[in-house]
Design a protein around this ligand. Structure first.
Ligand SMILES: [Zn+2]
Length: 325
């Protein structure tokens, strides 16, 4: 993990491996201090606090969660007494999609020989992601600390004269998607609306909303964007994300019309320059999302996570590339 200053008062902690769960955090070191997203486990959250401690003494007064996924909220509990701000949908969604005991069970199962054999036989992808996560993460001791302040469309903070706009943009990658704009310093913390140099993993939301949100970020014209995953960028990061999503949706449409399954399409779509991004087989999630839309299914249709990881595993195997999430 490394600390990077991105403007006068804004900083980022970046997880350089850039695999699944390697999420970034932000800090605005004014008006009591605001942390954006809190990492995937207590070890990483403590390390993030230590790095931010170099530029901000003491505990920040506020935390913003950009959405409900575990890799952005599992360090919340370490900010005791802080105001935790998120979109109105996030508390309930966190209970559903970021229950640490579920992931803990998966990681422990990958430890034990018998459960490993069973898991490997039934869900090779779930076993593979569990093994990968275990290399870096340990969910022992993680408990959900839910948001204490929720908002609907927009929430504005005044940090000693510096305005911070917390803007709801979901559901695009997840239901609670929120971006944090610091206009005076030209900074946007984009959460998982932007993945950089790694393949996006969209769950509950629509292409249309995601593309519109990327247009909004370009329109805000920030100097610097801190993405949810990957290195800091400028608006080219938003434009590349948009080009990727449009390309995948168009290609998915082509294969959908030829009656191929989402899995088959994911094995065949030419990755072009996107093959160099981390976790290219995660493409499957984006194809499956497009297929759901073509079939007229609601954006909140259920995802079977284990089956989805199996599909990513199968895509990687079929393409002869490393299985990496
Ligand atoms: Zn994430």
């Amino acid at each position: 993990m490394k600390l990077q200053q991105v403007s006068e008062s804004c900083f980022a902690v970046l997880n350089e491996k850039n695999r699944v769960c390697d999420a970034n955090s932000g800090l605005i070191n004014r008006g009591g201090g605001v942390v954006v997203d809190t990492q995937s486990d207590l070890y990483h959250a403590r390390r993030m606090i230590e790095l931010f401690g170099k530029v901000w003494p003491g505990m920040p007064k506020r935390v913003i969660n950009t959405h409900e996924d575990g890799d952005h909220v599992w360090g919340n509990q370490l900010f005791e007494g802080a105001e935790i701000i998120a979109h109105r949908t996030v508390p309930d969604r966190m209970k559903r999609v970021a229950d640490p005991s579920e992931t803990r069970k998966l990681l422990k199962g990958a430890d034990r020989l018998l459960s490993r054999l069973v898991l490997g036989a039934t869900h090779p992808g779930a076993l593979a992601i569990a093994k990968q996560l275990r290399q870096d993460y340990d969910l022992d001791g993680v408990e959900l600390a839910l948001p204490t302040t929720v908002f609907d469309e927009r929430h504005v903070l005044d940090l000693d004269g510096t305005e911070v706009h917390v803007i709801y943009v979901g559901p695009c990658h997840q239901v609670g998607d929120t971006i944090v704009h610091v206009p005076k310093e030209g900074v946007v913390f984009a959460g998982d609306v932007i993945f950089r140099e790694c393949t996006p993993m969209g769950w509950t939301g629509t292409y249309e909303k995601w593309l519109r949100t990327l247009d909004l970020i370009v329109w805000l014209d920030p100097e610097v964007i801190v993405p949810g995953h990957g290195p800091v960028c400028g608006i080219e990061g938003a434009m590349e994300m948009k080009a990727y999503l449009e390309y995948v949706r168009d290609e998915s449409r082509r294969f959908f019309e030829q009656s191929l399954t989402a899995l088959e399409a994911s094995k065949r779509i030419d990755l072009g320059p996107y093959g160099a991004w981390r976790g290219p087989a995660r493409l499957y999630l984006n194809v499956e999302r497009a297929y759901r839309e073509f079939r007229g299914e609601p954006p909140d249709a259920h995802w079977d996570a284990a089956k989805s990881f199996d599909a990513i595993y199968e895509v990687a195997k079929a393409r002869g590339i490393e299985v990496e999430f």
